[in-house]
Design a protein around this ligand. Structure first.
Ligand SMILES: Cc1cc2nc3c(=O)[nH]c(=O)nc-3n(C[C@H](O)[C@H](O)[C@H](O)COP(=O)(O)OP(=O)(O)OC[C@H]3O[C@@H](n4cnc5c(N)ncnc54)[C@H](O)[C@@H]3O)c2cc1C
Length: 388
């Protein structure tokens, strides 16, 4: 997204643009986005939807492209977009139509597209070195935009993309890990596999405590769903982290409503007591987790203990999805190593764009938006330098 957008914007400014892509075609990752529907952006863009160590710089980056600039950019590709529950999508709801719109525009602008070129070295003067390619190793470029993305999705765990190149330039890389993915846990979840239910989640990590609410999805050995994906951006150390779920979050005052229900139904079994509130499989799992029996009568049971499990069910985290199973790579080049124009502090006229930066957006179009935003800022900076 970042590279394609920068190529379009700079091509329109009249620059002679070359796009180098290491894979066998451009924009492969775009095809995977939004379950093939490509959630391009969101109506509610703000730093609150991103994880970053430098919120001030993030805010300045996000304000570098207005909503109308975003919309007119997509319109200028010939791509009509629409809003669905706050998310911005192509009106066709097809990621392939987004890629087509980019491809047609790049061809119309005469952008040179070099397929199978993996950049591995960047020298002063904009000279790029490619893996296993002799030409055009020594051609100097007035400006270089690095938009190598992250490791999530189409890449294997061990692919470095542009990270080796960035390190050779002097950049540091904040430790990277798969994000927007599920969390594995050591509980036996076989009996609740397939259950979907609302929950308020609290993730405790060595760095802090984070909260999300939404539809939780349980599988045989993992917790998943959008709230887990969002929290996974903060999961720097799975083994030292703990996830708690409140399954009674739909109640305004769970404490008093729970104990009122106990008084109303003292003769029901715990299974009957939970019916109507919780998914049956989940209720049985929680009753067992509390050390109780479904057939126990409410009036004879430790209902305090059941309440604690229903409102604060602990999952011990043992891991998470790998890069192939994730939608994002958290970590990357710290924002402190680029200027407000996203120019590298280590090499003049070299700009860093998109997911390779240490910014992790939520699900909901935030990451494609961020990459496009970077491209707009870089285009403005290169244009201003050219005019200066
Ligand atoms: C399954 C999945 C679903 C997603 N869904 C959404 C969504 O709906 N909405 C959203 O906002 N975000 C989504 N994302 C995240 C989003 O796709 C990325 O954050 C975004 O594409 C990042 O843009 P980018 O330009 O930084 O990098 P990318 O889009 O990853 O592009 C980087 C490009 O650089 C190429 N490259 C890498 N290294 C080199 C090199 N050394 N030399 C030459 N070329 C190189 C890569 O092959 C790739 O084509 C999803 C991600 C995945 C994996």
């Amino acid at each position: 997204m970042g590279g394609l957008s920068a190529a379009v914007l700079l091509g329109r400014d009249g620059y002679d643009v070359t796009l180098f892509e290491r894979q066998d075609r451009i924009g492969k990752k775009l095809l995977l986005t939004g379950n093939g529907r490509c959630n391009l952006s969101n109506e509610d863009i703000s730093p609150a939807h991103y994880r970053s160590s430098d919120s001030e710089k993030l805010e300045s980056i996000l304000s570098g492209m207005s909503d109308s600039e975003r919309d007119s950019f997509y319109n200028s590709l010939g791509l009509a977009v629409c809003s669905v529950k706050g998310g911005i999508y192509p009106i066709s709801r097809q990621a392939s139509s987004v890629l087509d719109a980019f491809r047609f525009t790049l061809t119309e602008l005469g952008v040179n597209i070099m397929i199978g070129y993996k950049a591995c070295v960047l020298k002063e003067g904009g000279r790029i070195g490619f893996e296993n390619v002799k030409e055009p190793q020594d051609k100097p470029y007035d400006a270089v935009v690095i938009a190598c993305g992250g490791k999530a999705g189409v890449y294997g765990e061990d692919k470095d993309n542009g990270f080796a190149l960035l390190k050779r330039m002097g950049h540091s890389i904040t430790p990277t890990y798969p994000a927007l993915t599920f969390m594995k846990c050591d509980d036996d979840l076989k009996s609740v596999a397939g259950v979907r239910c609302d929950a308020a989640l609290t993730l405790k990590t060595p760095d802090g405590t984070y909260k999300e609410k939404g539809e939780l999805q349980l599988t045989k050995e993992a917790v998943s769903g959008i709230p887990v994906f969002q929290l996974s951006r903060y999961l720097t150390d799975p083994a030292a982290s703990e996830l708690k779920a409140d399954f009674l979050c739909f109640l305004d005052d769970a404490g008093s409503e729970y104990f009122k229900r106990i008084q109303t139904y003292p003769d029901r079994t715990l299974e009957e007591f939970s019916a109507g509130w919780l998914n049956k499989k989940l209720a049985l799992y929680l009753i067992k987790k509390a050390g109780l029996k479904p057939s126990d009568k409410v009036k004879d049971s430790d209902t305090q203990r059941l309440y604690r499990v229903m409102t604060s069910c602990t999952f011990r985290i043992t891991g998470r999805g790998n890069y192939r199973e994730a939608q994002l790579m958290a970590g990357g080049v710290p924002l402190s190593e680029v200027t407000d124009d996203l120019e590298s502090l280590y090499m003049k006229n070299v700009y860093l764009c998109g997911e390779l930066l240490d910014v992790a957006g939520e699900c909901g179009g935030y990451n494609l938006h961020f990459a496009l935003c970077c491209a707009h800022i870089i285009r403005k900076a290169i244009k201003a330098k050219g005019e200066g």
